[in-house]
Write a protein that binds this ligand. Structure first.
Ligand code: BES
Ligand code: ZN
Ligand code: ZN
Length: 492
């Protein structure tokens, strides 16, 4: 989708459709005036009241150059934040796409002319029109994706529009990757996509193969991989800021690691999952895909901090060589783990990736993973679970999430939970029993962070939608991409 900024008046925009906002309580005065009172009549009719998610479409609106006018409800005007703007713009773009309108414009209105609102509107439109339909050959013939989106606003918004486009396209890249089924995206394919990304965006890329991982001693990752015919890959992408010698552009000495779970399919292994819903385990690489998407945007936006992505990519399968419950593996960190459940594989691959990131010199560790079903029991599909050993680093991550409208919630990590991971025959067991499953999983990771500032984001409940929303297609959401990019961009 082409994105541009239209700096003229909204009533002079020539587009197939112009979308505008109007809030609860009263029709938007500027739109009402431009349409000779049509909007007030619409409110008076009771068909539209300005509530969030409401829409109304008018053809050949008198007073406007656009061929159609779509009014989108903004909800309560005083509660309207960039997050609501993102959603409203997404609803506008999705609604018009469903009506096969190819070129659209969106006017946020004079009260929402700030850069944060402009960015959110552009992101919303780009995210809203995404459909995970690349393998449809039949019905696609009739579908018309929106080709062009114009934001109506002041010339000062140019950078905001461009940055928003970069970030939202990175998020859609993540969603596209996450939608790939496991027969089309094995660990080696994910590694190739990382290599392509590196070549396209100017990042360094290195992929460790099984032999190299064996030499290094990544027993936990290799144990998970050994049941599959698909070889594992440990993907490393490096971004380094160009040194600038002006005092206000100094680069940080900090080095951020972004670690993403890349299980291209999770059958559970020998501790096999029930068949109902198992197809969704193609999404078990959403953390890795989010990290890869974030790196694309980071490479383009060039923040002042070093960022290294580490994505352990494996397929978790039962098979003649699969690891068995009770096996004991030796991790890269040297600790031993008793694998009581082969379905708790994410934490096993992540600990070797985290240790590797520490060996590479990373000073701050952030991981994103579809780690536990229990995070959805705790927080539903509405919030990402956040865990940390460092209040300051977590505060930074939560501030980024807040700015980006990605809802997160911290869960506690009291020492009692760690007790649940005791094993009589190894340093740790890989599961901690039924209760507090997300917390014991987080504790398992924390045992490998060597006391470096660390944040773990459990996205098992939020990485994909089981049903479409008015603002987003069914399937992967690309959650955490915006937060990760924001974190690197505003490291300070
Ligand atoms: N990939 C799953 C977690 C998951 C579940 C993601 C549902 C998305 C939706 C993970 O590898 C897993 O199987 N976790 C187990 C851990 C248990 C065996 C301790 C779980 O959460 O049930
Ligand atoms: Zn699993
Ligand atoms: Zn998994």
């Amino acid at each position: 989708m082409e994105v541009d900024l239209h700096t003229g008046r909204f009533d002079e925009v020539e587009a197939e459709a112009l979308a505008v906002l109007s809030f609860e309580g009263a029709p938007d005065a500027a739109v009402d005036a431009a349409t000779a009172g049509w909007l007030k009549e619409l409110y008076d009719s009771g068909e539209f009241s300005g509530k969030a998610q409401e829409t109304a479409l008018l053809h050949r609106p008198a007073g406007l150059r656009a061929k159609r006018l779509l009014v989108v409800g903004g909800g309560k005007a005083d509660e309207f934040t960039p997050a609501e703007m993102r959603q409203a713009a997404a609803i506008a773009a999705r609604t018009l796409q469903s009506k096969r309108v190819p070129r659209i414009a969106f006017a946020p209105g004079a009260d929402h002319a700030a850069a944060e609102f402009a960015s959110a509107a552009v992101e919303g439109a780009i995210l809203g029109v995404f459909e995970p339909d690349r393998y449809k050959t039949e019905s696609k013939k009739d579908d018309k994706p929106v080709e062009a989106f114009s934001l109506v606003g002041g010339a000062g918004l140019r950078d905001a529009v461009e940055q928003a486009r970069i970030v939202a396209e990175a998020q859609n890249f993540t969603r596209e990757l996450a939608s790939e089924p496991a027969n089309r995206l094995a660990p080696a394919d994910l590694a190739n996509r990382a290599r392509e990304t590196a070549a396209a965006c100017g990042l360094e890329c290195e992929v460790l193969d099984r032999d190299r991982m064996r030499q290094l001693g990544m027993g936990a990752l290799l144990g998970v991989a050994q049941g599959s015919a698909q070889p594992p890959a440990l993907i490393v992408l490096r971004y380094a800021p160009v040194l600038r010698y002006s005092p206000d552009q100094s680069s940080s000495a900090d080095h951020l690691a972004l670690v993403g779970k890349g299980v291209t399919f999770d059958t559970g292994g020998i501790s096999i999952k029930p068949s109902a819903g198992m197809e969704k385990m193609k999404y078990d690489m959403c953390g890795g895909a989010a990290v890869l998407g974030a790196m694309r945007a980071i490479a383009r936006l060039k923040p002042a901090i070093r960022v290294t992505a580490v994505i352990p990519a494996v397929e978790n399968m039962p098979g003649p060589n699969a690891q068995r419950p009770g096996d004991i593996v030796t991790t890269l960190a040297g600790k031993t783990v008793e694998v009581l459940n082969t379905d708790a594989e994410g934490r096993l691959i992540l600990i070797d990736a985290i240790t590797y990131a520490i060996q590479l010199g990373c000073t701050h560790l952030l991981d994103a993973a579809t780690l536990t079903a229990s995070i959805a029991v705790a927080l539903g599909h509405h919030r990402v679970g956040a865990f940390s050993n460092n209040d300051q680093f977590l505060a930074k991550v939560l501030a980024s999430a807040e700015r980006q409208g990605e809802k997160m919630w911290r869960l506690p990590m009291d020492a009692e939970f760690k007790e649940q991971l005791k094993s009589p025959c190894a340093d740790l067991a890989n599961i901690g029993g039924r209760w507090g499953g997300s917390i014991t999983a987080a504790w398992f990771l924390r045992e490998f962070t060597a006391d470096k500032p660390w944040v773990h984001l459990d996205i098992a409940g939020t990485a994909y939608l089981d049903d479409a929303k008015p603002w987003m297609a069914k399937g992967p959401t690309g959650v955490t991409v915006r937060t990760l990019v924001d974190l690197a961009s505003n490291w300070g």
